[in-house]
Design a protein around this ligand. Sequence first.
Ligand code: FAD
Length: 320
Amino acid sequence: MALDNVWVLAETGEAGPTSLSLELLTKARTIGASVTAVAWGGGAAEHAAVLGEYGATKVYDLGDTGEALPGAPVASAMAALVEGGERPDAILFPASYDGRDVAGRLSVKLDRPVITNIVGMSDDGLSTQHSLFGGSQTATARFTGEGPFLYVVRAKSFAAESAGGGPAEVVQTAAPEAGPTAAARVVSRHVEERSGPKLDEAGVVVSGGRGLGSADSYELIEQLAKLLNGAPGASRAIVDAGWVPYARQVGQTGKTVKPNLYLACGISGATQHLVGMKGSKHIVAVNKDQDAPIFSVADLGIVGDVHKVLPALIEALKSR
Ligand SMILES: Cc1cc2nc3c(=O)[nH]c(=O)nc-3n(C[C@H](O)[C@H](O)[C@H](O)COP(=O)(O)OP(=O)(O)OC[C@H]3O[C@@H](n4cnc5c(N)ncnc54)[C@H](O)[C@@H]3O)c2cc1C
């Protein structure tokens, strides 16, 4: 363990800290002697117990940023803490919209570089892994200058594991006036309708691709996902075709998933898709082309037509 003090930007919602925030806290425990979470949103203090359970001993609660986009006020508050004498050796940011926004702004304020798109990290926290060319190559990077090292980490790079710690100490910290950079306002919020588990947290993911033939056939994916208490996913081809919303896309430019079971239906297995699901524990693929690349990562391959295989699977599950 080469680092003393590691900070984690912890995003929280009504349901508590996001799963990615808990993954980062877990990793922070292995690279730093002490872990501090930085949270905002008005309810951060309520989450001190969970943040502590995953390894944070202290939480800087920046309070409610109101209708301002969080990036500017949160980065200003973090910069003020560092300039005021706090000395994090490294700061881990989730590769979410707000996480990336804060990291970029803090990088400018502290005049420190930021390493993004991290999918792995050494246990001393000094070198990072990055997936290139759709996951076919891995590059290693490391900072050579002074800290704090700013790291932006992709979801599912580390497993979230409770450390069983007690609640973190909460330190209220007001965000300083961020000036015109904080002028952007959130004018409306759209919550994607969903029933069943979240795609990136589900234990079972059933994804469909262009092999379904039409948007209507996606119904088969939704039915199967529901019967397996899983989440429906998609390849980019059918997101681009407008069959399903982007929130369902799995892959390099979509979500990374690591369920217990990933069922790929009518998906060829392009590297950009594989990079988002190949870490799944068990992979089952249905494709009518026995040479489809998806079979190279599948534990079980079914060579067949989705319009025959999926209804049969659905019937079999219903009659259980
Ligand atoms: C920069 C970049 C980023 C990208 N990011 C992503 C990403 O995040 N996620 C992603 O998925 N893709 C991504 N792509 C696109 C990717 O390269 C592929 O184009 C895409 O994954 C293909 O989707 P697909 O497998 O559904 O379609 P196709 O490649 O067209 O495959 C359809 C498959 O269905 C099979 N099939 C056809 N009919 C049937 C049937 N009746 N029954 C069974 N099987 C059938 C075919 O044999 C074929 O294998 C990205 C591309 C680029 C360049």
